[in-house]
Design a protein around this ligand. Sequence first.
Ligand code: 0CH
Ligand code: SF4
Length: 491
Amino acid sequence: MTGVVVAPMRVEASALRMPGLVVLRGGMGPRRAAESAQRLAAAGRPVLVAGVGGALVPDVRPGDLVVATEIDGPDGRVPLPSAPMLAAALRRLGLTVHLGPIASSPSVVDGAERARYARSGALAVDMESAEFAGLPGPVAVVRAIVDTPDQPLWRPGTVLRGLSGLRSLRAAVPALREWCEAAGEGELLLASPRSFCAGVERAIEIVERALERYGAPVYVRRQVVHNAHVVRRLEALGAVFVQEVEEVPRGATTVLAAHGVAPAVRAAAQARDLRVIDATCPLVMKVHSEVKRYTGRGDTVFLIGHADHEEVEGTVGEAPERIVVVEDAEAAAHVRAPDGGRVAYAMQTTLAVDEAEEIASVLRKRFPSIEGPRRDDICYATTNRQRAVTTVAEEADLVLVVGSANSSNSLRLVEVARRRGTRARLVDDVSEVDLRWLAGATRIGITAGASAPPDLVAELVRCLQGLGRTRVTETVRADEDVVFTLPREVS
Ligand code: 0CH
Ligand code: SF4
């Protein structure tokens, strides 16, 4: 059942009335709001309270919107977990949106009382939300600001500020409609394993320990793992991310990213007297070793992978003259070697298992004596996450993959889900979830790439539960207990 918008006052309801949106008048003040809430509880529909409100802090201005992360009412604080997705939908409309607690007061707030409410940490105040916040189904609250601490009610300009608030409410309608259509009962299907792998945990810990032991700044060549949130957090701790070691001051502490580097990069780091701490995943190092062994004895190596990916650049750097990158089955069908009897193949660790196998089988057919890994070079974490998302995709209407756009293994999870015929989207965090994707999606699968922090998944789950997908089941396709030792510089 889609949601309804509840507007306390007639003027607010009029601003919100547009095709496709069910708008009810809830009445002004807590008493009338309580009566409306009782009626809505019986109807069991998701409720979005929308109206005007007063700002409590100076940077929330007339015409801005405040989306409540929680309602602070007489009976305590009630969280409204779908708020980040509603805020993101409103921001996509170009509106100025603040995300934070809203206080719900029994009467109009001004003067000293406004200051008292502000001290609670709330951004805005209204008089009705507390009555709706505790309803059993999904609830959201958005308030368009008309008065502020320095421009209180009943001062010159109130009418204009009121109009500006009502204009914002009207402009918000497309996003409110999206929320109403996205809200509804359903289930979350968590794929397991998901999120951090052992190589990523090790790489992050290396940077953290380097900062502790050697002090900031610690330079990191390239993104230590391909995740914007991880990079931002480490930057806040004092890590400085660079593209090339040439940008690092001589002698400085420098971490090499998890994806591995070409020997030329190590040589350049040595030439600058850098204290190098290598965060290359041991499973990437294993592929480097295989490739070195093959090329060392004169073989041509077909490296199955994406030519512009950092891991592949690093591996190719082991012997650029003897390594040929093969990106797809079509390329495998035409690739050549100086001596077809002396060939081998290896793989990027984060490919789609089925695609890589298809490419390898073309190579094996064309070069019967070709040597390669016993099964593949795709690491345990990539394989397990793909297996788990496959199972979940078979049951889901939509799969959400948490990960950054430059993360190969995360992108592969999206593709694997889509190959099962299921809609799938990659999101860096909840703010990238478009409410329109969720309309009609009763069963939503969730996974995360090996570089995506687990707390982002937890936040996504909370948000979707706030939209009504309250049941959570987990499909476990493998147990992971892999742990890698740390390099001696930080152990
Ligand atoms: O999936 P890719 O290789 O893009 O990298 P990531 O997202 O940083 O995940 C961790 C893998 C690191 C090296 O295999
Ligand atoms: Fe290592 Fe695999 Fe994780 Fe890459 S995805 S860091 S190869 S465990």
